[in-house]
Design a protein around this ligand. Structure first.
Ligand code: ASP
Length: 680
């Protein structure tokens, strides 16, 4: 693929500056001492330009071109209206971008004119009968223009059918052309060109799919709004502040220093606290397309700033929230998707069950490969061969082979395990995967190492066919925690590889489910800041999530790690679209969780005093959720990365915007303004 050449921008800008300064310097001697700025002159130009008494006879070429470019005729039609209403021998003015010109002779050229949306185009014919012909020939492809011309019916070629598209039925005989700007001749731009992130505008301009994704996103946005605002009572959008304060909600924050010494704002990781305070404020149904900021590792296709469809309802339970969100999803699917809208209610599967069955809290449930437990039945020497762990849990799953041919299956799994994708599984310190190929031509069908009893059990539970792959994997004997188990990761990676290598077809459709009943607390990890408490545990969702049942409330006193949360995640095809919970609406309980369970230091607890005060002011019960909007759109469009549905995404590991060069170094002056000092 051709790679776009780097911009000539700086070179060109520099030559323009030189031209300006030469003019001004050349005239400086003849300048009068005083002058009055004409009313229409821009203020910033006044300081130096007003020094000329009258404009020079000959303006520099770039100013002449600019003067012509700003004085262009309005379009008589947009292209869609034009195609619907075109009349032969009428005069029209159209705006757009020139395509590649083809010169048929010295007197005849053709060029396509793409409309400003780049979705339609029309053929323009130029004859050497007026100066428009010469002007056209001086212009580079991709330059923006306004053209005036006479509408002509295009002559059908013998090979063309009668019902050809409107774009091919009409052409324009060029009368006049207004160049509006130049496109650099040296820049190669084809639909396949990949531009560096610095030139995102050219990527957007050349990549119709990317532009279409942004249009689709806007339509999805409007449909979500509609669905929520048509509820009774309606939700309404309320903006909450972006300059917030640092609170230990769970994710690492971005800090915004102020000119007041030692004081900083924090950007919100979500509008969670404000939306709960809205519930205490008598605004029972809130939503917002909210920008959120999390200073996270950019692995796993995350963006440091992203958009949530955030909502909250008072006098409501988690079930009310889930029902409302299912309505939003159904509306989106029925309006925008070819796939049928998912029927409801979506099934609810407890965390313990998805972790046991799929080894993931956001499983792709479309392709089976369900996991079973085997350790009680397996011979000790087989367990010893796959793991050095003392008394591990051993689990298994089946991947259906291709064409019942054990040799094909063998080839697939060997390639996978030898590839970089297989390396983390081979190097698992708890033992690599045990690989078996079910083969009717071998004793015990290739399951001899299982022993008779376990082999029979495997056959009963997995129902393998000749050529199927059976994978064993050990893990330490411990309750489920976190997002996945090693066998769950292996299931996902192996399936992805089977699809990418063509060993299996890609699954189709959308399978939505709610994952519910997460543990209220999880062991703290080094990678997530959590709430910074001293208890060694952090809230699995966030510290405002309520325990699910009265029995879970009791567990807060006896064994909080066993308490189940009223927390629900919406999952589809292996992607977590969003999550939410019923909240603790009682200040004393919320404070008890902060202080006694999470053991947050007193000064951090103080950071939440605004929330506790609001809960104390008769806050009704409430529940809510946020959908990751970038991810939702990416899933709807079948895009691998959220970057493909964001106009200006951050790229690279550091969350850089390479186009604008952000983040940028702080100047000495800025450091001083904000009372900051860089540590060596
Ligand atoms: N604030 C939560 C989040 O950002 C969503 C919620 O609980 O409503 O994940």
């Amino acid at each position: 693929m051709p790679i776009g050449v780097l911009p000539m921008r700086s070179l060109r800008l520099r030559s323009s500056y030189i031209e300006i300064s030469n003019i001004l310097r050349g005239r400086a001697a003849a300048l009068p001492r005083q002058c009055h700025r004409p009313l229409h002159a821009p203020r910033y130009f006044h300081a130096r330009a007003c020094l000329l008494q009258e404009p020079p006879k000959e303006l520099p070429a770039f100013l002449e071109a600019y003067k012509r470019a700003v004085d262009f005729p309005p379009a008589t039609h947009d292209f869609e209206t034009f195609f619907a209403q075109a009349e032969p021998n009428t005069e029209v003015v159209l705006h757009g971008y020139l395509g590649q010109r083809s010169d048929l002779s010295k007197k005849l050229s053709f060029v396509r004119l793409a409309d400003p949306t780049l979705q339609h185009s029309l053929q323009v014919v130029a004859f050497a009968k007026n100066n428009a012909f010469e002007k056209l020939k001086a212009l580079n492809a991709n330059s923006p223009v306004a053209v005036r011309g006479i509408v002509q019916k295009k002559k059908a070629k013998a090979s063309e059918s009668a019902d050809k598209p409107a774009e091919d039925s009409w052409e324009l005989a060029l009368e006049e052309i207004h160049p509006l700007n130049d496109f650099p001749k040296e820049t190669i731009m084809t639909p396949e060109t990949v531009f560096p992130p610095e030139q995102r505008y050219l990527q957007l301009r050349s990549d119709a799919e990317l532009r279409e994704a942004l249009r689709f996103r806007a339509r999805a946005h409007n449909l979500c709004k509609k669905e929520l605002e048509e509820q009774s009572p309606p939700f309404f959008e309320i903006e909450t502040p972006l300059l917030f304060k640092s609170t230990p909600e769970g994710a690492r924050e971005f800090i915004v220093p102020t000119r007041r010494e030692g004081l900083a704002y924090a950007l919100p990781q979500s509008p969670q606290q404000y939306k709960q305070i809205l519930m205490a404020s008598g605004l029972p149904r809130y939503y917002q397309f909210a920008r959120c900021f999390r200073d996270e590792d950019l692995r796993a296709d995350r963006q440091p700033e992203f958009t949530q469809l955030d909502m909250e309802m008072s006098f409501a339970t988690g079930d009310d929230v889930m029902r409302t969100i299912e309505g939003v999803i159904r509306r989106l699917w029925s309006s925008l998707m070819k796939d049928p809208a998912p029927e409801g209610p979506f099934r609810k599967v407890p965390y313990q069950e998805v972790m046991a069955k799929y080894g993931s809290d956001k499983p792709d449930t479309r392709y089976g490969m369900e996991i079973i437990r085997l350790d009680q039945l397996l011979p000790v020497d087989l367990i010893g061969k796959i793991s050095d762990l003392e008394d591990p849990i051993v689990e298994a799953f089946k991947l259906e082979g291709n064409e019942n041919d054990p040799a094909e299956t063998h080839k697939f799994i060997t390639q996978f395990l030898d590839s970089p994708a297989g390396a983390p599984f081979n190097n698992n310190p708890d033992g690599g995967p045990g690989v078996f190929i079910y083969n009717g031509k071998q004793p015990l069908c290739g399951l001899q190492p299982f022993g008779f009893q376990a082999a029979e059990h495997v056959e009963e539970l997995l129902d393998p066919d000749h050529g199927d792959l059976i994978i064993l994997q050990a893990r330490p004997r411990a309750p489920f925690s976190g997002g996945s188990t090693p066998i769950g990761d292996l299931r996902r990676a192996l399936h992805a590889s089977s699809v990418s290598t063509g060993f299996k077809p890609a699954p189709t459709g959308f399978d939505f489910l709610w994952v519910v009943d997460f543990p209220l607390f999880s062991p703290s990890s080094d990678s997530e800041p959590g709430q910074g408490g001293a208890a060694g545990i952090s809230s699995t969702h966030h510290p405002f999530t309520a325990p699910k049942t009265p029995a879970d409330v009791d567990l807060l006193l006896t064994d909080p790690t066993q308490a189940v949360a009223d927390h629900y995640d919406l999952v589809v095809n292996g992607v977590e679209l969003g999550g939410g919970s019923r909240r603790i609406h009682d200040a004393a309980v919320q404070e008890f969780i902060f202080r006694e369970i999470l053991k947050m230091p007193a000064e951090r607890l103080d950071d939440f005093s605004h929330l506790l005060d609001a809960l104390r002011s008769g806050c009704p019960p409430h529940a809510g959720l946020a959908l990751g909007f970038d991810r939702l759109v990416a899933v709807m469009l079948g895009k691998e990365s959220v970057r493909d549905v964001i106009a200006f995404p951050k790229t690279g590991r550091g969350g850089d915007d390479a186009m604008v060069g952000a983040p940028s170094p702080m100047t000495e002056q800025a450091l001083e303004t904000y009372h900051l000092k860089l540590r060596k």
